[in-house]
Design a protein around this ligand. Structure first.
Ligand code: SF4
Length: 350
């Protein structure tokens, strides 16, 4: 059981972030936003993989206008990622965006902020304040010496205050750094001070292998403190990989992610079947299933039968063969070359 901090709830399209809602998985497209076909194709792939909210880059007015066509066909709520230019935020909202990511302190005059906030209120569009350790304001760097957790939280506070002065509270906050301990500390400090929902991520985490480990450690530590309402895993790779990793992180913490959980042993000198290949094939087959199933793929008779019996469905390898277990009972003994097919048949019957 993990105690989750009570946060304010914010509605993004038809998805609630915060409050008592489950942790929402997000990603970001890496296509040219103006290329409607390619961007929608990626949004569909992300949705299929389990993504619940998608963010798109809005670097210019054409991209802001493209939102209308994307929204017409997107199965997911869309967030516009905007830096500095308030006109892009206004245009994105006029074209039906579900949420914007912009830092009000970077927009410019009060009048510009007012226009953005008024429109966000009219369309019920939440705003994410995204603090990044790499772009902390100069005066805060001078005050703290370098991007500390305190500097990141103070930066977020400045942006929050601007929105609150305009009586706007439909806010989500992120405090991203590529440094894991710094991120953990920043989110802890923020959660102690504010009840706005938190978007958690380790930024610039790296390639699929390195970034997955870094994200699992950082997000895992933050989420296990009960902090975090929505997550994004940032990987240098296909965004669909981000969703797979995000789902695994939530599953590991038992944070309500539906779908099967695979338990497989690391193999050792006792293993007499090709277990690594078998576990990978089973993982591949079950990754799109929605039913919460415990699936065990184990190498031998030492720990195998115990784990396989505890699972909804399991197998334990033997000498060129394997025992298949279902709901705690042995259902059959199968030769190794038929093991995968027979195991999947039994699994599908569940
Ligand atoms: Fe080794 Fe058997 Fe344990 Fe797998 S289940 S690691 S093969 S002892």
């Amino acid at each position: 059981m993990y105690f989750r901090e009570q946060t304010k709830s914010v509605l993004v399209g038809n998805v609630q972030i915060g409050g008592h809602n489950k942790v929402v998985i997000q990603s970001m497209t890496n296509t040219d936003t103006c290329n409607i076909e390619k961007t929608l194709e990626q949004i569909y792939q992300l949705s299929e993989a389990g993504c619940e909210i998608v963010r798109v880059a809005i670097p210019n007015i054409e991209a802001a206008k493209a939102i209308k066509k994307l929204k017409d066909k997107s199965p997911l709520p869309i967030v516009a990622d905007i830096h500095f230019d308030y006109k892009l935020a206004l245009e994105a909202m006029d074209n039906g965006i579900d949420k914007i990511r912009i830092n009000p302190g970077n927009i410019g005059s009060n009048q510009k902020v007012k226009e953005v906030v008024e429109k966000a209120k009219t369309y019920h569009v939440p705003i994410r304040i995204g603090v990044n350790s790499g772009s902390i304001e100069r005066e805060l760097l001078k005050k703290y010496g370098h991007p500390t957790a305190e500097a990141m939280v103070e930066s977020a506070e400045k942006h929050i205050q601007i929105l609150e002065e305009f009586d706007f509270q439909d806010i989500v906050v992120s405090l991203k750094a590529s440094n894991v301990p710094l991120s953990i500390r920043a989110y802890q400090l923020m959660a102690e001070k504010y009840s706005y929902p938190l978007h958690v991520g380790i930024t610039e985490a790296g390639t699929v292998y390195q970034g997955s480990i870094k994200s699992a450690v950082g997000l895992g530590a933050i989420l296990s403190l009960g902090i975090g309402d929505t997550i994004r895993v940032s990987l240098t790779g296909d965004p669909v990989e981000e969703i797979k990793v995000a789902k695994s992180i939530l599953k590991s913490l038992q944070l309500f992610e539906p779908g099967p959980e695979l338990i497989s042993c690391p193999t050792c000198g006792r293993c007499q079947i090709q277990l690594i290949d078998l576990a990978n094939r089973v993982e591949q087959e079950i990754q799109h299933l929605k039913k919460p199933l415990k699936v065990a793929v184990m190498g031998c008779a030492v720990n195998g039968p115990g784990e396989a019996r505890e699972a909804d469905i399991g197998l334990a390898g033997g000498h060129g063969e394997g025992l298949i277990f279902k709901k705690g009972k042995v259902v059959r003994k199968v030769k190794e070359d038929e093991l995968f097919e027979e195991f999947m048949k039994e699994l599908r019957s569940l």
